[in-house]
Design a protein around this ligand. Structure first.
Ligand SMILES: [Zn+2]
Ligand SMILES: [Zn+2]
Length: 327
């Protein structure tokens, strides 16, 4: 039997990632008592109520009209983070409730005039028909973060020279070693450099696999799409969602514990599938603070890209949201 995967997000919150593999059902556990209202309790997660969600967005004093409504919950388009069922992320992992004020106070690394590009580099092949279009992903990410996306020449395995192993019929690459190679290659104008690959990943010998691995301190990460659906439309949508979730971590956004949101942690495929592609008001405000985009213009551009890429459910959500914000 393969060892159980361990949870991400240790090491002072600098190393983040998602969705450890599980190869056995979770053993029933007693809820861990906690007196810290700023943390969730594994096994006894209680979704926050309207007041706690509103407080997490922070004070909107001084904001008027669309500038204010963009960070307000409104009616019917945002939902609380779901109650965690057995085996779900928040059933197994304690997370900190990262409010907007926490983020603004503690996160000091942001893109600036000299370092604002998101760099993408492919590891190995992305054969058309069996892998997502990297051009489409680059377009989506650039619109989502309202930042330029640059590409580095693809890296092949001999050049990369990292450990690899075979597991469950897949070749897996050592994710931590990939991060070391990326740090050496990070261009001066890069805010973040992320590698994407159709190979599977493992960050340590005692993990089964990982969808991704990132270092928030040096803003490098690697994300593997080997386990995503093979249907082309679903594959593109899921890889776009995975990439934006992981890039959210590169901007210092923790797993969302307030809303059903692209930044929710996920422990298994179904949890990743059902998460929305959009950011909740709390996390939108964090990225707005970090990047400084115009949220309404960003929504409009994202609507065009979602339509062009066939993310039609998300496009409909954006149409509704723009109607709410613009009145
Ligand atoms: Zn994550
Ligand atoms: Zn969120």
């Amino acid at each position: 039997m393969l060892p159980r995967a361990r949870a991400w997000g240790l090491a002072l919150g600098l190393v983040v990632g998602c969705a450890p593999a599980r190869d056995e059902p979770a053993a029933p556990r007693e809820p861990t008592a906690s007196s810290d209202p700023k943390r969730t309790v594994a096994g006894a997660f209680v979704p926050p109520g309207p007041r706690q969600r509103r407080d997490a967005v922070g004070s909107l004093e001084g904001l008027r009209g669309p500038d204010r409504r963009v960070f307000e919950e409104g009616e019917g388009l945002f939902h609380p983070v779901p109650q965690a069922g057995p085996g779900d992320w928040l059933d197994e992992h304690a997370e900190r409730f990262q409010t907007f004020d926490d983020y603004r106070t503690h996160r000091t690394i942001h893109p600036d005039a000299n370092r604002r590009a998101i760099y993408l580099v492919e590891i190995g092949e992305f054969p058309p028909g069996s892998s997502p279009s990297v051009d489409a992903l680059a377009r989506y990410v650039s619109t989502y973060f309202a930042l330029p996306v640059q590409r580095l020449p693809p890296l092949d395995l001999p050049t990369l020279a990292v450990d690899a192993r075979s597991s469950e019929g897949r070749i897996q690459l050592h994710a931590k070693q990939i991060l070391e190679r990326l740090r050496e290659r990070k261009p001066d104008d890069a805010f973040t450099l992320v590698a994407i690959t159709m190979f599977d990943l493992y960050p340590d010998e005692d993990w089964n696999f990982a969808y991704g691995y990132a270092d928030g301190a040096t803003q490098v990460g690697v994300f593997g799409f080997a386990r995503l659906p093979t249907d082309p439309a679903q594959q593109l949508q899921r890889s776009a969602k995975t990439l934006t979730h992981e890039l959210g971590h590169a901007f210092g956004v923790s797993h969302c514990t307030h809303y059903h949101c692209v930044m929710n942690g996920h422990n298994h495929e179904e949890e990743g599938r059902r998460a929305p592609m959009h950011l909740c008001p709390v996390d939108l405000r964090k990225l707005h603070h970090s990047i400084g985009f115009d949220p309404v213009k960003r929504y409009r551009r994202l609507l065009e890209v979602d339509r062009a890429l066939g993310f039609l459910d998300e496009a409909r959500w954006l149409e509704e949201r723009l109607r709410q914000i613009e009145g």
